[in-house]
Design a protein around this ligand. Structure first.
Ligand code: FRU
Length: 474
């Protein structure tokens, strides 16, 4: 590495660019054997600017190959966030009757408008539509981030975009001509910041295809529960025109209560029908100060989404994609009783940890990761408070900004006294999935070089635990 570079913080199993700045994932789509990941990118600097779409492809969602930049600024402005779909039946007329890729993105110039580009060569080169913008600006300053999907029952394309702190929904027969169908958000959700990067999809509840709900995703900045940016969601119904949320109007649900999971977007056209998404692992509060080099910004692990009927109503669950297990190696396991004096430990800085705790007298249990002489990151469960947390107050010397050293938590009920944790700790990021994905926390951390100890703990009492630790080796 060149002096100043930080290879020890480069993630092993998630996408990070070779160099320079990235933010939101864009244009996530599966087509012709490849997953495509585009994202907000500055090709010539490690701060936000010159917004373009970086392009990467993968066949397994774990190993990504970066390709040349796909979309660059033009006379309509910079290329802000958006999505991509497979136009299977050439409804757009761009592909001579064959399937092709269509991207809808925001042109950010004097105003924000929605534009289209198409590709006939598996996303390698793109042609911008000469009729751009396809949705001109109606006089709203923040008007961006189109997400498109095919709505089978009405036989048309549906597009969502963020307009101030509302979501507008549009319909189109051909991806070029759009009419507004409805608007969502006046009476629902958190409004502490601007709404960004919407998504909308249908999922079965507890795997039952006869019982489905629609899920509306809305990122918000600022106004998130851990400070800065975060992603809220709504459960409800979509009739092809209007999304109607269910549950109490004043209820706010967060997809991830860590500080660093933003602007997630789901993949179009995943062949086996799974709903997969990934997010930008950062927070607008301090994204510009992330201490990695020569790149700045990375994505979360891809996650599979589901719904489960829980005590408080139907809720979102997220689990790392099954493909992540294919790059596990060097399995180590331990089982026994933990107390204050225990010194069970493993080593690794890109690891997948599966832990089960039978809660006993210990008021706090969990797993420390990235531990070393200079600190540790604590993943824990506070039994009395019923709270799952990540504590990065002592995670290493690099503390990024004043807001950064903090503890982030989420309420979590543990039925039957058994806590099931999955912790994906990957060089400079920790993702925690508890109770089979019902509670999720994603936090960046910048451990001191060599801090690679992993230690389960029970503080102030006893707890029985079982642990498996795998290295993640793509
Ligand atoms: C979200 C966002 C989007 C916008 C993009 C610009 O993080 O602000 O709303 O399209 O980033 O880079």
């Amino acid at each position: 590495a060149i002096a100043g570079e930080t290879p020890h913080w480069r993630p092993a199993v998630r996408f990070a660019p070779e160099r320079n700045w990235i933010n939101d994932p864009n244009g996530l789509v599966f087509f012709d054997g490849e997953y495509h990941l585009f994202c907000q990118h500055n090709p010539s600097g490690d701060q936000w600017g010159n917004m373009s779409w970086l392009h990467a492809v993968s066949t397994d969602l774990v190993r990504w190959q970066e390709l040349p930049v796909a979309l660059e600024p033009d006379e309509l402005g910079a290329i802000f966030s958006g999505s991509a779909v497979v136009d299977h039946h050439d409804t757009s007329g761009f592909f001579g009757g064959k399937p092709g890729l269509v991207a809808l993105y925001t042109s950010a110039g004097d105003s924000q408008q929605q534009s289209l580009a198409h590709s006939s060569d598996r996303g390698r080169t793109w042609t911008k539509y000469d009729g751009n913008p396809v949705i001109p600006n109606p006089g709203i300053a923040d008007f961006r981030d189109p997400k498109v999907f095919w709505h089978e029952p009405t036989g048309r394309w549906v597009l969502l975009l963020a307009a101030g702190d509302r979501i507008q929904i549009y319909g189109s027969p051909n991806l070029r001509d759009w009419e507004q169908l409805s608007e969502f958000g006046a009476e629902r959700g958190a409004h502490g910041g601007v709404w960004e990067c919407p998504d909308l999809f249908e999922l079965p509840v507890d795997g039952d295809p006869a019982r489905t709900r629609w899920v509306m995703i809305v990122s918000i900045n600022p106004g998130g529960p851990a400070g800065g940016s975060a992603t809220q969601y709504f459960i409800g119904d979509f009739d092809g025109t209007t999304f109607t949320a269910e549950g109490p109007a004043d209820e706010v649900r967060w997809a991830d209560r860590g500080a660093d999971f933003y602007a997630p977007q789901s993949f179009s056209d995943v062949p086996d029908g799974r709903r997969l998404w990934l997010g930008w692992t950062s927070n607008w509060d301090y994204a510009a100060a992330i201490p990695t080099s020569p790149w700045r910004g990375m994505m979360s692990t891809p996650r599979e989404l589901g719904l489960t009927d829980a005590a408080g109503g139907v809720q979102l669950v997220q689990r790392p994609v099954a493909e992540l297990s294919d790059v596990r190696a060097n399995r180590r396991a331990w089982g026994g009783v933990l107390t204050d004096g225990s010194d069970v430990e493993f080593r690794g800085s890109a690891v997948d940890v599966v832990a089960t705790f039978r809660l006993g007298t210990a008021p706090v249990v969990g797993v420390d990761v990235f531990a070393g002489p200079g600190g540790r990151t604590r993943v824990g469960y506070d039994v009395a408070a019923g709270e799952l947390f990540v504590d990065r107050t002592d995670s290493g010397e690099a503390q990024v900004s004043q807001q950064f050293p903090a503890r982030h938590g989420t309420p979590l009920a543990v039925d039957g006294g058994v806590l099931a944790l999955r912790v994906v700790a990957d060089r400079s990021c920790v993702e925690v999935f508890a109770q089979d994905g019902r509670a999720v926390l994603t936090d960046l951390v910048f451990p001191d070089s060599g801090s690679d100890r992993i230690a389960p703990f029970a503080a102030g009492g006893r707890a029985e635990a079982e642990l498996e630790v795998f290295d993640l080796t793509p």
